[in-house]
Write a protein that binds this ligand. Structure first.
Ligand SMILES: [Zn+2]
Length: 252
C-alpha cells in the first residue's frame, strides 16, 4: 500500500452500501455540511444539531485521529502525512468518510463537520453522492464578524499543560480560580495565535482558502449563510439552522 492507495471495502461494507442505495431511492437522506472559520463554532453547532435532527455528527478530523489512536494501517499513513505537515491525503479522508456514511445506522444521513475543506474534496463528495443517486448536500456556513471573533478568540485562555489542553474564556467561560486550569491545576496561557493581528490573518487565510468552495455551493444554490454573533450566542445559531431545515423539508 503506497501513500495514495486505500484498502478495498469488505464484502459486508459493500453490502451495506447496496442496501442503503436501495433505501435512499425511497427515502432521501439528509447530508448537511457545516462550514466556518476559526472560532465560528462548527463543532458546537454540529453536536447540538445532531440530536435535534436525528443525524449522525461526523467529524473527519475525529475519524482520522481515531485511526491513528487505533494504530491501524490507515492510521500509520495518516500519521505520516500529518507529520510531514500536510493535511491527510484526500483519498484517505474520503475512504474513512465513505466507510462511516455507509454504516446502516446512518441511513438518515449525516452532519459533516470539517469536510469538504477544498474544491477538490467538494467534487469528490459530489461524485460519491451522485453515484448513490443523490443530489448535492446542503451547506450551512457560519459567519462571524471580525470584531466578534477577536472578542471570542482574544479572550480565550488555554491550559499550558499540553496533554490537558482545556480552553476557557475570560468572560464567556472563566475558570474557577483566575489563571488556573480547573481540571489539572496548571497555569492558563494566551496562545500567540489568539492575538488580534494573528486572528485577522487566520480569518483572511480561511476566507481566501474556502472562497472557491463557497462559490461552488453558492452557484448550485445549496449555500446558506448563518450569522453568528456574541450577543446571540449558540442558541441563536442553532435556532436559525433548525428553521432553515424545516423550510427545506417543506420544499422537498
Ligand atoms: Zn489543564
Amino acid at each position: 500500500m503506497n501513500n495514495t492507495t486505500v484498502p478495498d471495502f469488505t464484502w459486508k461494507e459493500k453490502l451495506c452500501e447496496r442496501l442503503l442505495e436501495f433505501v435512499w431511492r425511497f427515502r432521501k437522506p439528509t447530508f448537511l455540511i457545516v462550514m466556518g472559520g476559526p472560532g465560528a463554532g462548527k463543532g458546537t453547532l454540529s453536536s447540538s444539531l445532531s440530536p435535534a435532527l436525528n443525524l449522525a455528527h461526523i467529524s473527519t478530523g475525529n475519524l482520522l485521529r481515531k485511526e491513528v489512536a487505533r494504530k491501524t494501517e490507515i492510521g500509520a499513513k495518516v500519521e505520516e502525512v500529518m507529520k510531514s505537515g500536510g493535511f491527510a491525503g484526500d483519498r484517505i479522508t474520503l475512504y474513512l468518510l465513505k466507510r462511516e456514511l455507509i454504516r446502516l445506522k446512518n441511513w438518515r444521513g449525516a452532519i459533516l463537520d470539517g469536510y469538504p475543506r477544498t474544491d477538490l474534496q467538494a467534487q469528490l463528495l459530489e461524485q460519491m453522492l451522485f453515484d448513490w443517486g443523490l443530489d448535492l448536500p446542503l451547506v450551512v456556513m457560519i459567519e462571524v464578524s471580525e470584531e466578534d471573533l477577536i472578542e471570542r478568540l482574544g479572550g480565550r485562555l488555554t491550559c499550558s499543560n499540553t496533554s490537558c489542553g482545556h480552553t476557557y474564556h475570560v468572560s464567556f467561560q472563566p475558570p474557577r480560580a483566575e489563571g488556573i486550569c480547573d481540571s489539572c491545576g496548571s497555569e492558563l496561557i494566551r496562545r500567540p495565535d489568539d492575538e488580534p493581528d494573528s486572528i485577522r490573518n487566520r480569518l483572511k487565510e480561511y476566507t481566501s482558502k474556502t472562497a472557491p468552495l463557497v462559490r461552488f455551493y453558492r452557484d448550485y444554490n445549496r449555500l446558506f449563510v448563518i450569522k453568528s454573533t456574541n450577543k446571540g450566542g449558540k442558541e441563536d445559531v442553532l435556532k436559525q439552522v433548525l428553521e432553515l431545515m424545516k423550510q427545506q423539508s417543506a420544499e422537498d
